[in-house]
Write a protein that binds this ligand. Sequence first.
Ligand code: C2E
Ligand code: MG
Ligand code: MG
Length: 561
Amino acid sequence: MNLDSLKFYSLVSRWTFPKTYPGKIMLVAFIGTHIPLIVLIIDAAFSSATTPRAIVSTLIITLIATLVGTAATLYAIHHLLSPVVLTSKVLRKYLKQRQRTNLPNNFQDEVGTLMADTNRTLGKLDEIIEHLTDYDSLTGLPNRELFQTHLQQAIQTTAEDQQFALIVLDIDSLKEINSTLGRIVGDLLLRKVAQRIISYIEPGDVVARFGGDEFAILRTNIINSDSAIILSNRLLESLSEPFSLYGKEIHCAAKIGITIYPFDGTSIEQLLQNADTAIHQAKQESLNTYQFYSPAINAQLKRILAIKENLRHALKRQELSIYYQPRIEIATSRLVAVEALLRWQNPELGFVSPAEFIPIAEETNLIMPIGEWVLYNACLQNKRWQQEGIAPLRMSVNLSIGQFKQTTLIETIDRILRDTNLDVAYLELEITESLLVKNVEQAIAILRELKKRGISIALDDFGTGYSSLSYLQKLPIDTLKIDRSFVTNIASNPDDAAISKAIVALAQSLELNITAEGVETKAQYHYLQNQGCHEVQGYYFSKPLPSEQLKKFVLSYCGSR
Ligand code: C2E
Ligand code: MG
Ligand code: MG
């Protein structure tokens, strides 16, 4: 914008008298209109001529002075009015083209503040217009367009090891409420729903209203879908509470569809479409549910969550029990040991395999109390059998990484042995190679402590993990357990046979005992016997059994020999 026209105004604005803008205009006009009179007075003062010629000359000078004076006045006033003209132009340009031009805002008088206020007003107008185009007028939340911009940003900025969740929420009964109670009530409901959603939002989340009865939430920088599930559950729970609208209690249900970037899509369109699909899937189900996009993932995640939820109460609700699987010494055919295997029967989930719930117990740290419970009860059971006159057996208990890393492990074991009064010679702990991965030296130190007490140590599932022969030699262990996967085809698959042969040879050279797990057939048993394996465990002898049945098995097994 050309601000040259403001030069004269700028000069005049510095006058301290008169202070006001109209005063300055009036002063300029006053001076301008008095130019002829001043000229006339000067002329009269300097000439005393009274001849007609002199009078005509005075008149001509006066006339010229009047013309010049008027022109100068008009010119000055025109320039003094420039700020008004400029402001008008800026306003017109804004109205016509929505283009904003900044006016100077360093003048203090009335027209100066007019220019500054015009700037501010147009700025505010811009904000309002932007808000109207980017935000939903009913709830004040971002609309679909603005949400998509955030979505695009999330796609661009989410790190490789991170995810984000797009959660779409649909209110079920809005149509009915609109048609039975009227739109005003429906609108109020939407506003209240928006407020409830916002109350569960964390910093960094974006909530939007997509229009109609659909809301969306973007939760970025997550490492798994847990927080999306927790948020969805909270929202569903909160929205199932009745709303008080104009004195009426109104119930409404919601459905939620969840998509996870990058698994369910890597573009805005894909993610939104999949969230839609998920919400449609949720609609097929009962009220107040959430659904992940992928049915398989959905089912899996829901199951994991259900396991997490139920496992927390499993001990308290006495849903856990221990089964015992016999282990036979090949050389003597004697039953020498049993392995304690955890069992979980839950009313909602039915029987859950330890292979499924132990890793979840690890993740949630529930393994500490559960592992301790197993250890205590297995030792107690072993002592009871001895008290009942059964020939003493070694009790083999699986130890998980979480338990192993616990600083109180040794203390706990000491206490359990003391409390159950079990001779330490009848306790064996099974560890897996995975707990040696992070800190072998520390693991060795803990194992030494255990061995010092006379506890036997077995390395479970040998051959499936990060088997490293270099540490094997340093490990204070007594037994290697060949994993079932090698035993299964030992008699038919030369590769598996070769592996088991190598493991047996290795164990022999390290003077370790060798136990084979998962022995199901006579052929497998004979093969392992021929190779020099010491102990075997598997369905060929017995499945894991509850304590009472195990006792019967022991008695009949001994009796049959
Ligand atoms: P694992 O310690 O290797 O236990 C052997 C698994 O093989 C058991 O599965 C057992 O039932 C199964 N098995 C034994 N013989 C045969 C056979 O002949 N054929 C077949 N097909 N399977 C056989 P289970 O009881 O389902 O346990 C799975 C895993 O869960 C265990 O593998 C162990 O790693 C873990 N686990 C079980 N109980 C506990 C526990 O109290 N604490 C910890 N930390 N882990 C446990
Ligand atoms: Mg085991
Ligand atoms: Mg095993």
